[in-house]
Design a protein around this ligand. Structure first.
Ligand SMILES: Cc1cc2nc3c(=O)[nH]c(=O)nc-3n(C[C@H](O)[C@H](O)[C@H](O)COP(=O)(O)O)c2cc1C
Ligand code: SF4
Length: 1501
């Protein structure tokens, strides 16, 4: 509960407020910058910033600034830097952050810095304070909320008056305390006279950068000296004799006197007295306990309540308020003379010396007091553990019993060592994400792995803050080295002295020693054998050796560090490791997000650890990024392990907060790697055969520093010679070559354009994502030329804004993207125009035409997005003084002819304004090149693909080839994640290709699987996808590797012909794990059908399957001309899809294809024929009611012999009747609706020459896959495996790709892989005797896991970002995250195992058949989806729009209550989609043409 206004209720808040008042800069050290809720001191600081609270010492007109720094980013260095700039710096921190910062703290101690430190709530470790005891700080402890406020003030005043650092520490109890009012400014002013601060300029400076206190103490503004001489600062410790506190000269006084004097000022102002030590208890106590720990006040209270009979009734307690400077004299004054036994209880868990530091202070204090030598009490040290108020009574009895015994035990542990609940926020934990690398290490090295500074281990009571410290890790390594040496000498001894009688053990020991000396990687195998032998040997030496079993296995020793090491390399652990030359591996994780690299703290220069290590020339160095290349990371780990000597692996894992989704990490990584900020490389300093170190660049771009290094070392030329491609990249500073070629091309084109331009000038600029605006602009240019104008046309971003004022006539055609945003190629132009203040366009005439869609965002409040860019631009040009020639034209996709409706009028007005309306109106315009033209002109799909592949000036292919290449199964894409980044760097998009295979029937042999796996690694992005047409798809294949990839696919006896394009696609056959005989028959039919309907173009072989000399292999010389007997030169109007299903399973979604063949079997279970459905289709265009999804309609039953001819004839009818004018309505579904279903049936019957029989009865039960093992009728076993969204990849948590490769290698006999249309994989035909092997591998790679929620197992997504060119929103990368956000809720509702068909796509093209799902999210813009509901569970019924344009939060908020209602109200076995219809939430869509009717959400006008 928050305290009332004007009150604080935690010590942290009280101190933070005071810190704010007394500072110019406050560094708030946070576990996590985005943590919500904020922790510790941050609350109060945020509040003060929000309130714009004024400070006491901040310069006039400025407010204190609060700077949050993440705890693992070397935060105290920031403080050191800050002191060079401002005078009053304070820090708020958790105690756990202090020990690692000792070097910086030593510097800070000499400046008036105040550090407010909160001890861990549950398990305070005061060693985090005692380890600072010699640095020169005054260390003040508070014991209550009130005290925290008072002493915070005292600390700041003390720091200012003495010019020295103060640490104010306290234990913050769990929960809130009784609130106290905010600090009283009047009281503060009484203690601290702010007028005594004198600001002055130092020589040569224009700002007041020196501050003096009463002209005596220079408060600051100089960088602290390099080394601290802490001793000299602690002269206050020697203070003795009474002093007049009112007359303390702070300039000369010892710190101790100054502290007492400030306490006195506080007393006068607030009326509360604070002493250096407090004594509580009886004045005649015989025993006293000095307590330095978080439970001190619990002891005081418990003893205070002691009854007369209690053993501790006469025990006093001493608490320490000023720990440094330590005053022996003051201590002695508080210990009653009656005390004979003095216990010292220290909550110090990192006890490096036998005696605790406070105990030593106490003993030396007592021994100095020679005057009382006779009365010196017996001192007994205790280690104070974790105690709560309930156990303190018990503990006290034990303490007192021991202390009063004749021979008290020293160093007795009191209380528990580990808390139940370590303070979660500040615990030095391994961020969730960073486990990615440790998981990989575990995967690679298994039992051999030893993480020397393991973050999750408590080592002999040493706290995690220390054990996780890299320096600790290195120390541990050295210790282990010694152990290893001992083990080796024991092994040698066992041989020399023949200690083993078993000759086999002797042999193994000898082999082990041999391999050890060779540094062989086989050590672990022999080690494992030796261990198992030793385990059966009962000798003493055997058990001794077994103690070192980790060494016997040849440990791979790793230290894991963070990028905090890179700020000060000279003193960091990295330096120690490299300089030692030891065989130890260091993994340094850099987590700074690429986009935040130049943000805050720019002055703190991070050093390049990789370069640092390479300069040493004795270390293996690798730079990796698991989210960019898993394989490269793996290679680096293995090489580092094998390298004898230091290995430094720097690993990138950018994140803003530990719970960032993998998606953010992925995108940040990509940007960093692509731009060369984080190059991937491996460096082995050992010379190769050419005498050079091995440098392997694994990414494409290299940052300048690294390049300079390579050059400097004179390796560049030699490396370049050895690896020409790399050399080219490096020498040309990746991409510049390409760019200069592109520039030249553009220049040539522009000059050409200008030739022959005569009439008045007209500059037409366009902004267009999808091509509409671009086409319109280009057409306008042609027409303008026809009217004699000197017209040029280009994208807005290609036009230099600074030249805009020189234009005479300017026309802009701008489309709308995103939510009222400019399309990609207009954004820079708009930014420049929008923000320009000196652009004078008074001599420019202008006209703007916009393309938009008034219903794209149907809600009322979103109407502002309609044609927003055009409107904004029109307005802005006006403001800049340009003269409007024509009123703004607005093209609306909702008009009868779309944007073409409004356009003609606007264009006519433009000609009028330009005075060319009467001229050349009849100019012949070339019709725009359509897909149909491209097909026809492509010379049977040859196009200029071969030339495009050879064009070195671009990584893409020509636009017309883009259409043609689809027929070859090849699709041009670019990396959408980094499109803008590259554009900003002046680079073309990162083009690469998707390759889809034709694999009708969806069956791959193990050999084919292995080939696919290899191709993905060698030529793709190390992953591949199982698609919804049960085939494979590769992404990220660059142009250079494209041909090799297609060749390799063909070498595996597969091809890519017509996997995309306007032809018949892969024929789908169900996996049928339970019916092998039927599967065989259907599968061969699927293959036959696919081959039968295959385009026959020879260009495929010519282009892709050339001979070794890369000479074109024209099929049959040039003699044979291509013919396409089935297709003709223009192929089909659109794609064509055929699928087969076997009831009751409908996993292929039989109603979603152009032809659906529903298998009918006779009484013996043999295939008899098919019920045929036609006209299914999924793709639509948002807001275009002319497009709709459709389920196939039933034609009737045919015999199996007739199926091939039937499919052929239906395809031909579609070829001749399909809509070739409007591609959006080119599919068979529209042909049928336009023609009428009965007419269509009649046409088909006429064509095939027989009539359809009545459909045979059938029923479907579901359209999901059934996971797990089944046995077929022949006794063979089949395992259906869950592959989330079809992506076969290795990730740090799941090595699915490797697992499946191992399985492919282990498969025997008839075993094969079948892919499912739901993007999963079935391992088929596994013989009984091979089951153990396969099951073991499944388990080993954790790919047998079926324990996912019903929702997840019934979900699927398309690819979308980053590869799909038309994706509007995320899909494959986001669906798993979205499901996770629903799962816990479904679990609460008891719906964990209920299957709900959920599908997500990145656009309405419908690649995963979203419109048949019970719930679908269809992407509309980045992060925005339409929510569709009410599809049938069996794939028989379409869904319908429920709500449009939702973000995640809104979608979840709508779905959750619906799931709840379903859980409560459903009938037995009622599926979600059916329930929603019964409950009236959504209307059923029984016919595709009614898809847009009765939607739950009507457009709001
Ligand atoms: C992802 C996306 C977002 C869109 N957002 C808007 C919008 O916010 N406002 C609008 O008026 N039109 C919007 N539209 C409609 C387009 O502006 C319209 O379809 C236009 O013709 C596209 O032109 P282009 O092909 O040149 O990009 C959007 C279209 C898409 C595909
Ligand atoms: S549905 Fe759209 S976004 Fe998804 S893969 Fe298909 S075309 Fe791309």
């Amino acid at each position: 509960m928050a305290p009332p206004n004007g009150f604080v209720s935690t010590r942290e808040d009280a101190a933070a407020r005071v810190a704010y008042l007394f500072s110019e800069t406050i560094l708030s050290i946070q576990p996590n910058l985005k943590a919500a809720p904020v922790v510790g001191f941050q609350h109060a600081l945020d509040r003060m910033v929000y309130d714009k609270a004024r400070g006491i010492v901040a310069k006039r007109g400025t407010l204190p600034s609060v700077n949050s720094v993440r705890y693992n980013a070397d935060p105290f260095l920031t403080a050191v830097e800050e002191l060079g700039k401002t005078s009053f710096v304070s820090i708020t921190a958790a105690s756990s952050t202090l020990p690692a910062a000792i070097t910086h703290l030593a510097k800070l101690a000499k400046s008036p810095v105040v550090i407010h430190v909160s001890m861990s709530r549950d398990f305070a470790d005061f060693s985090e304070i005692t380890c600072l005891r010699q640095l020169g700080f005054t260390l003040i402890q508070s014991f209550s909320l009130r005290e925290a406020q008072d002493l915070a003030i005292a600390s700041h005043v003390l720091a200012i008056r003495t010019g020295k650092g103060v640490i104010h520490f306290f234990h913050q109890p769990e929960g809130e305390e009784t609130p106290i009012p905010f600090e009283d400014i009047n009281q503060i002013e009484q203690i601290f006279d702010r007028n005594a601060l004198i600001y002055s300029k130092s020589e040569g400076s224009t700002v007041a950068n020196n501050v003096y206190w009463n002209d005596a103490v220079r408060v600051v503004a100089q960088k602290p000296a390099k080394d601290s001489a802490a001793e000299e600062e602690t002269n206050g410790e020697q203070a003795n004799g009474a002093i007049d506190l009112t007359k303390v000269d702070y300039k000369t006084a010892g710190l101790f006197q100054a502290t007492e004097a400030v306490f006195d000022l506080v007393r006068v102002a607030v009326g509360r007295t604070y002493k250096v030590f407090d004594y509580h208890g009886a004045v005649d106590a015989n025993t006293a306990l000095l307590i330095f720990g978080s439970s001190a006040h619990n002891f005081v209270t418990t003893i205070g309540h002691a009854g007369w009979a209690d053993i501790y009734a006469k025990v006093g307690v001493i608490t320490v308020r000023v720990y440094r400077p330590w005053s022996a004299e003051k201590l002695l004054t508080v210990i009653p003379r009656s005390v004979k036994r003095l216990g010292v209880l220290e909550q110090v868990h990192r006890q490096t010396t036998k005696w605790g530091p406070v105990l030593l202070d106490v003993i030396s204090s007592l021994n100095n007091d020679l005057s009382k030598a006779s009365a010196i009490p017996v001192v007994v040290g205790y280690q104070l553990g974790y105690l709560d108020s309930r156990t303190i009574h018990q503990a006290l009895r034990g303490i007192v019993q021991n202390i009063r015994s004749e021979t008290p035990i020293q160093n007795l542990m009191v209380g528990g060592r580990v808390s139940h609940n370590v303070d979660p926020e500040y615990r030095l934990k391994q961020p969730e994400l960073e486990t990615a690398y440790s998981k990989m290490l575990y995967n690679v090295f298994g039992d051999r792995l030893s993480i020397l500074n393991a973050l999750d281990k408590d080592d002999a009571g040493i706290p995690r803050t220390i054990t996780s410290n890299p320096e600790y890790g290195f120390g541990a390594y050295l210790a282990k080295e010694d152990e290893k040496k001992m083990l080796v000498s024991k092994l040698q001894k066992s041989i020399n002295q023949k200690l083993f009688t078993d000759q086999e053990i002797n042999d193994l020991v000898l082999r082990w020693l041999l391999l050890y000396n060779e540094g062989s990687s086989k050590l672990s195998e022999v080690g494992a054998e030796l261990i198992s032998k030793l385990e059966s040997d009962s000798s003493e030496i055997a058990s001794e050796l077994l103690n070192g079993r980790a060494f016997l296995l040849g440990t791979s020793a790793w230290i894991i560090g963070s990028d905090a090491w890179s700020y000060d390399l000279g003193t960091s652990g990295v330096h120690n490791v490299i300089a030692s030359g030891k065989d130890v591996n260091v993994l340094i994780i850099d987590s700074q997000p690429y986009t935040a690299r130049a943000a805050k703290d720019a002055s703190r220069r991070k050093k390049d650890i990789g370069l640092y290590a390479m300069n040493y020339s004795n270390s293996y160095v690798a730079s990796i990024a698991v989210y960019s290349s898993y394989t490269q990371a793996l290679q680096a780990f293995i090489e580092a392990d094998k390298f004898t000597g230091p290995s430094i692996v720097i690993a990138y894992l950018p994140y803003n907060e530990e719970t960032d989704s993998a998606l953010t990490v992925l995108q940040e990584t990509k940007k960093a790697v692509d731009s060369g900020y984080w190059p991937l490389y491996r460096w082995d300093p050992r010379p190769d055969e050419s005498g050079m170190p091995n440098f392997q660049l694994d990414s494409q771009a290299l940052k300048k520093e690294l390049k300079d290094f390579l050059e400097r070392e004179n390796y560049l030329s030699q490396v370049a010679r050895r690896v020409p491609i790399f050399g080219e990249n490096v020498a040309g500073s990746y991409g510049s070559e390409l760019r200069s070629q592109q520039r030249k091309k553009a220049k040539d084109a522009y000059s050409k354009l200008l030739e022959g331009l005569t009439g008045p000038p007209l500059t037409i600029l366009f902004a267009s994502d999808g091509g509409n605006a671009e086409n319109l602009a280009k057409r306008l240019q042609r027409r303008a030329k026809g009217r004699g104008l000197g017209a040029v046309v280009m994208a807005m971003d290609d036009f230099p804004v600074e030249d805009l004022n020189a234009e005479e006539n300017l026309v802009i055609v701008a489309a709308t993207a995103g939510q009222g945003e400019f399309p990609q190629n207009g954004r820079n132009f708009w930014e420049a125009v929008k923000s320009s203040t000196d652009l004078d366009l008074t001599s420019v005439n202008y006209a703007v035409f916009g393309l938009g869609d008034s219903h794209y965002w149907p809600r009322k409040q979103d109407k502002i997005y309609y044609n927003k860019p055009a409107k904004d631009l029109n307005h802005r040009l006006d403001i800049l003084g340009a003269k409007r020639m024509v009123e703004l034209g607005l093209g609306d996709a909702q008009d009868p002819d779309g944007y073409q409706t409004a356009y003609p009028e606007w264009e006519a007005e433009l000609w009028q304004a330009l005075n060319v309306d009467g001229i050349g109106a009849a100019v012949e315009e070339p019709a725009p090149l359509t897909n149909e033209d491209m097909k026809v002109q492509s010379n049977y799909l040859r196009g200029t693909i071969a030339e495009s592949l050879n064009d070195q000036s671009t990584a893409a292919i020509a636009p017309s080839d883009f259409q043609v290449a689809k027929f070859h199964g090849v699709y041009l894409q670019d990396d959408r994640d980094i499109r803008e980044q590259r554009k900003a760097n002046g680079l073309e998009p990162a083009y690469y290709f998707m390759i889809r295979l034709r694999m009708s029937g969806g069956v791959a042999t193990p050999a084919q699987w292995l080939a696919i796996d290899q191709i993905a690694d060698d030529m793709g992005n190390h992953t591949f996808k199982v698609t919804t047409r049960a085939t494979f798809q590769f992404h990220g294949v660059i142009k250079k590797k494209l041909k090799a990839a297609v060749k390799a696919i063909n070498a595996a006896l597969l091809d890519t012909i017509a996997a995309c394009g306007d032809a018949n696609r892969n024929v789908l056959c169900p996996g049928l794990p339970d019916n092998n005989a039927l599967h065989k028959e259907l599968n061969s039919l699927a293959r036959f059908l696919s081959d039968h309907l295959l385009p026959t173009f020879t260009a495929y072989h010519e282009i892709w399957l050339t001979d070794g000399n890369d000479q074109k292999k024209l099929v049959a010389g040039n003699a044979v001309l291509d013919v396409e007997p089935l297709y003709g030169p223009s192929y089909l109007p659109r794609k064509f899809k055929i699928a087969m299903a076997v009831p009751p399973h409908n996993e292929v979604d039989i109603f979603a294809h152009d032809i659906g063949l529903i298998t009918i079997v006779d009484e013996d279970g043999k295939l008899s024929g098919f019920n045929v459905v036609v006209g299914g289709g999924m793709g639509i265009t948002h807001n275009n009611k002319n497009t709709y999804p459709r389920t196939g309609g039933m034609l009737g039953y045919i015999k199996k012999e007739d199926v091939v001819v039937l499919c052929e004839k239906i395809m031909l009818i579609q070829r001749d009747n399909g809509n070739r004018k409007d591609r959006k309505r080119g599919r068979l579904q529209y042909t049928i609706d336009d023609m009428g279903f009965d007419v269509f049936r009649q046409k088909v019957e006429e064509s095939v020459g027989f009539k359809f029989e009545n459909a045979r009865p059938f029923s479907f039960e579901s359209n999901i896959d059934h996971f797990g093992w089944v046995k077929d009728e022949q006794g063979l076993n089949h395992f259906t495996m869950f592959v989330e969204n079809g992506r076969i990849a290795d990730t740090p948590g799941l090595r699915m790709k490797t697992g499946l490769r191992e399985i492919a290698l282990a498969m025997k006999g008839e075993a094969e892989f079948r892919l499912t249309a739901n993007q999963h994989v079935i391992l088929c035909n596994v013989a009984e005797e091979d089951m153990p092997d396969i099951k073991r591998l499944l388990a080993e790679y954790k790919i047998d896991n079926q324990q996912f929620s019903g929702l997840r197992m019934s979900s699927s997504s398309c690819v979308a970002f980053p590869t799909c060119a038309v994706a509007m929103a995320e899909s494959e990368r986001y669906l798993p995250i979205f499901i996770s956000k629903l799962e816990s809720y479904l679990e609460e509702l008891g719906l964990r195992h209920d299957s709900v068909i959920l599908r997500m796509t990145g656009c309405p093209n419908g690649c995963v058949r979203p419109f048949l799902a019970e719930v679908a999210l269809v992407g509309k813009a980045y992060g925005i989806y339409n929510l569709m509901l009410g599809g049938g569970y069996n794939g028989q019924r379409l869904n319908k729009l429920y709500r449009s344009s939702l973000n995640e939060e809104q979608a979840l908020a709508l779905l959750k209550p619906l799931f709840k209602r379903w859980a409560l109200e459903r009938e037995e076995g009622e599926h979600f989609g059916d329930y929603l219809i019964r409950a009236g939430v959504i209307k059923p869509t029984l016919d595709g043409s009614k898809f847009h009717d009765d939607v739950a959400e009507e457009d709001e006008e």
